[in-house]
Write a protein that binds this ligand. Structure first.
Ligand code: AVI
Length: 391
């Protein structure tokens, strides 16, 4: 019996019925894949009859951990602080309710917004080169994973052994992770719901192996939505997350290449091109920005009228950033939770910054955060860069 368990080759299920003379008995939480790649959920002890030559996949279900808990009072306080400031502002995270996330996906399809496509092309074009720089059989930690599409394309080429999809809610990654798990049965997967915008903390519950190299994956130039000082703090937290969680020391890696950060960064370019990317002809970015007011109305019980506001985006060369604002079309008063604010015609709410970096500037920032010099890949027009920064 024990010998039988050890000798069965486990790859993918061809048939569960045809075999008679072989039995595997295991206790686990997981699924079996049938030949259509459909998972059958199993829990507890099961007995499976098959022959040694049968190909069988035993796939554990992804682990799901939810840390972030929505606290309505904290959210209201944060929003009220920003909306009451002399220059009203809101955190860009409030752009992403369910509709906002869909509108952002639509933005990535726009001809004016080539950031996502350029990054995907770079990853594809240089995947061999990247695989040579990055640690093999590593644990990939995908920050802002969403539909897990970007990392999903790299799991095979980069020989990923473990994959952790991080987003504010595990519900955002649940479906995608289940699908990915079926496609990559040998990769151990987890979904982590946490708000990492203030710095990444990896919980003990993940039981990460300190001896396994880690690749922190942060594509999409979301780092551009942090100010440079916030970005430095955030990158420093990522540098710490490359190390040993329990002792606070660097992990001991058996792999030749060490842990590090693989990050996509949008670069400074022509102002007209940048402004078009954040104010497209179809008005999708305008809808994305205006939708924030609906989200705030739900969170705060406020009465923003969308028709009173217009989308504004401009490139600020001094700060090297696109600024997105919502501008009052005329004088209006907005009320919330027993209070109110009047906005003069032309007054704005600052809703997002998207910093555009130079290769030299971002390299220096990575090093200030503790990363070692690594590698950078850019497209021929230097519109976008992917950095590999070893810890
Ligand atoms: C998510 N983030 C990188 C996007 C950006 O380009 O700053 C968000 C966005 N805002 C307007 N368009 C896209």
């Amino acid at each position: 019996m024990a010998q039988a368990e050890n000798t069965v080759k486990i790859t993918s299920v061809l048939s569960l019925e045809k075999s008679e003379n072989f039995i595997i008995k295991r206790s686990f939480n997981g699924s079996l894949l049938n030949h259509n790649n459909l998972g059958l959920a199993w829990q507890g002890v099961f007995v499976l009859k098959c022959k040694p030559q049968d190909n069988i996949a035993i796939v554990t279900e992804p682990q799901f951990i939810q840390i972030y808990q929505h606290n309505a009072a904290d959210v209201a306080l944060e929003l009220l602080q920003g909306l009451s400031a002399l220059q009203a502002y809101t955190s860009p995270k409030y752009l992403y309710d369910a509709l906002g996330s869909r509108l952002f996906e639509a933005i990535t399809e726009l001809p004016e917004y080539d950031l996502t496509r350029t990054e995907a092309a770079l990853m594809h074009q240089h995947s061999k080169d990247m695989a040579a720089c990055l640690p093999r059989a590593a644990c990939w930690i995908d920050l802002g994973a969403g539909n897990c599409e970007k990392a999903g394309r790299l799991l095979g080429p980069m020989n990923v052994a473990r994959y952790v999809a991080v987003d504010i809610s595990v519900d955002f990654v649940r479906q995608a992770l289940a699908t990915l798990q079926r496609q990559h049965p040998s990769v151990r997967m987890a979904g982590l719901g946490t708000d990492f915008s203030g710095g990444l903390e990896l919980p003990e519950a993940l039981a990460l192996d300190p001896a396994q190299a880690r690749v922190l994956f942060y594509p999409g130039s979301s780092i551009g939505n942090f100010t440079p000082s916030q970005a430095l703090e955030f990158l420093s937290s990522l540098h710490r997350a490359c190390g040993n969680l329990r002792t606070g020391q660097k992990a001991v890696h058996s792999n030749a290449a060490s842990s590090g950060l693989l990050i996509g960064v949008d670069l400074v370019k022509d102002a007209a091109q940048l402004e078009a990317a954040y104010d497209d002809a179809l008005g999708v970015t305008a809808a994305f920005n205006l939708n924030l007011l609906r989200h705030i109305n739900r969170l705060l019980g406020s009465d923003f009228a969308l028709r009173d506001w217009r989308h504004l985006s401009r490139f600020d060369r001094v700060h090297s950033r696109i600024e997105m604002h919502l501008q009052a079309r005329h004088a209006c008063t907005v009320t919330w939770q027993g209070s109110q604010r009047s906005f003069a015609a032309g007054e704005t709410i600052h809703t997002e910054n998207a910093y555009k970096w130079t290769v030299a500037g971002f390299t220096a920032h990575l090093q200030a955060a503790g990363f070692a010099p690594g590698h950078v890949w850019t497209d021929s027009a230097e519109r976008f860069a992917v950095f590999w920064a070893p810890a």
